[in-house]
Design a protein around this ligand. Sequence first.
Ligand code: ATP
Ligand code: MG
Length: 424
Amino acid sequence: MSKQIQAIRGMNDILPEHSRRWQYLEGVIRQVVASYGYEEIRMPVVEQTDLFKRSIGEVTDIVEKEMYTFEDRNGDSLTLRPEGTASCVRAGNEHGLLYNQQQRLWYMGPMFRHERPQKGRYRQFHQVGVEVFGLQGPDIDAELIVMTARLWRQLGLSEHLTLELNSLASNAARAEYKSALTEYLRGHYDVLDEDSQRRLESNPLRILDSKNPAMAEMLSQAPKLSEYWDDESREHFTGLCARLDAAGIEYRHNERLVRGLDYYNRTVFEWVTDSLGAQGTVCAGGRYDGLVEQLGGKGTPAVGFAMGLERLVLMLEQLDNVELPQAVDIYVSAMGDAAELPAAKIAERLRDDFPTLRVMQHCGGGNFKKQLKRADKSGAEVAVILGEEEVANQMVSIKYLRADKPQASVSWEQLNQVITTFIK
Ligand code: ATP
Ligand code: MG
């Protein structure tokens, strides 16, 4: 036997037993974003490498060590998208969707990062992203957060998620803070771990993000970003907080929340859980007012977030508090050659009359016992059985596979009435 080829590490198959939960999650998300009037945009999964370098930033984890970058046959440097915001801005600029307009967009799809695979962290993973262009006030920041809160309610996750909030203020204020922070960190150089020493000059804000307990005490004494906020950013932040208060959404102002990418300013937020171990952030986002221009468009304020679907699926799996639909509702069996075609007709008729029900017809023949075993395994509520005698009398037998009800025999005309009784 020849050796089997395996999937790439960190890139998972989603098998039928799991795809049902994925479909449920995706369905709820689609419904929630639509209920706020957001429209879907679909971008390619491959872009020019420069798009990500210019937007995410050269000294970020993603660009430094996580991108899948390759040369295509023309010698162009291409990259599998590690996130969606840059592509969305690229598409918006390219098609003239952004300048002087308002856009509320969302997308869903796979992202690629060469990270160390572990629970909640993969090399191909899936995000839903939401991006809004052309609006600069805290009202829209609040809308995005209120929308995510609604989503958690719908999914039954609210009690397991908390919201962390911060403002990165304006570029000028952040630059001032950066030098104060750098100076402070230089004074504690010996406490910095290797990563942080490297980041000290290139991306000192990221050091605040560190989970290294050896640095915790030193970092808690570091200058605070909020002491450097400009007036407008402070007002924006209090405006957002007031709206969240009004909506009854709790949050924690986390001074050390800075996010890993370069393009954020003002509002940043994360929804975190402690039920997934180290991979606790399920949704993260913020404002990126400079990015559209940075990517060659005309200045357009923007704000968005992305959530990791694997982490949400893991939470749903752990809680296991939703009843997922079975793949099959009705299993149609034919006993004997003469019954096969009438059974197929009945199955098609049921699909015509009940388009939301899942009707599976038995294929492959076999005796009564074997067919019933299949019917049971399919998860169906009932088996509709046609034998030669039923065909002769234009009847079907109905066997209830889950409920404790006796088998019934009804005419082809009455069948719909019986089926109607167990449509949810
Ligand atoms: P983390 O701190 O966990 O590395 P991040 O800051 O790199 O996250 P973002 O770039 O903000 O993540 O992506 C948004 C969301 O996408 C994350 O909050 C997370 O839920 C999910 N995500 C990011 N990277 C991965 C990954 N490698 N595998 C699975 N989900 C991921
Ligand atoms: Mg990361």
